[in-house]
Ligand binder design. Structure first.
Ligand code: CA
Length: 223
């Protein structure tokens, strides 16, 4: 899952980025409203964390422009205490939720999780296909009763595949949801990570169904 943070206070932006990266999210940061708008409009994100008070273009304006442009990425607004009217306006302009500063990272994370789960029919934190399960809260991945250890990137990749179970995902889609803007993407980055993932979730389980399918010329599919 890939998240954009738009926040002009570097200390806050960087600490949220660090925290979310530890939780396996791919994170980009914009420190001004106009940079935030450029990224939000040009890249694909699963969630945007948007500070209200920003130099240049403020959070409300960005949110309004996004919705007008038909971009429905969930928006979590950061507001300061006392900005009650702004919060109401924020929700009216199309923000999905807000957190009041100062906040505990755990609270922000809980809201991030709720918003990134929203498109799913179920709010179950455990994603499954066949006998494979991935717990988005405890980070436990299992095939049958066997625990599987994944790297952070492999986990994100598998999570993205499972969230889109049944759909063919192109390499471009995978890259834009699993890696951030600054990541060094080589032409074979997706292949390498898919291969590593298969070596952990498919190859050791001989006699069981292979879970990741290659759809030649298109991409990859789970389920
Ligand atoms: Ca600010």
């Amino acid at each position: 899952m890939r998240i954009l943070i738009v926040e002009d206070e570097h200390r806050i932006a960087n600490s949220i980025k660090k925290g979310l990266e530890q939780e396996h999210f791919a994170v980009d940061v914009a420190y001004s409203g106009s940079d935030g708008w450029d990224l939000a409009e040009g890249e694909e994100y699963d969630l945007i964390i948007l500070d209200l008070m920003l130099p240049g273009m403020d959070g409300l304006e960005i949110c309004r422009k996004l919705r007008r442009a038909g971009i429905n990425t969930p928006v979590l607004m950061l507001t300061a205490k006392g900005q009650v009217q702004d919060r109401v306006t924020g929700l009216d302009t199309g923000a999905d939720d807000y957190v009041t500063k100062p906040f505990a990272f755990e609270e922000l994370l809980a809201r991030v999780r709720a918003l990134t789960r929203r498109p799913k029919v179920t709010l179950d934190p455990v994603l499954t296909t066949d006998d494979l399960s991935l717990d988005t809260k405890s980070y436990e991945v299992k095939r049958g009763i066997h625990l599987i250890k994944l790297t952070a990137k492999e986990f994100s990749l598998l999570e993205y595949l499972l969230r889109n179970s049944g759909n063919i995902l192109t390499k471009e889609q995978i890259i834009s949801h699993v890696w951030n803007y600054d990541a060094d993407i080589l032409p074979n980055t997706v292949e390498v990570n898919i291969r590593n993932l298969r070596n952990k979730i498919d190859r050791p389980f001989k006699g069981k169904k292979a879970l990741i399918a290659t759809v030649r010329g298109f991409g990859y599919k789970v389920g």
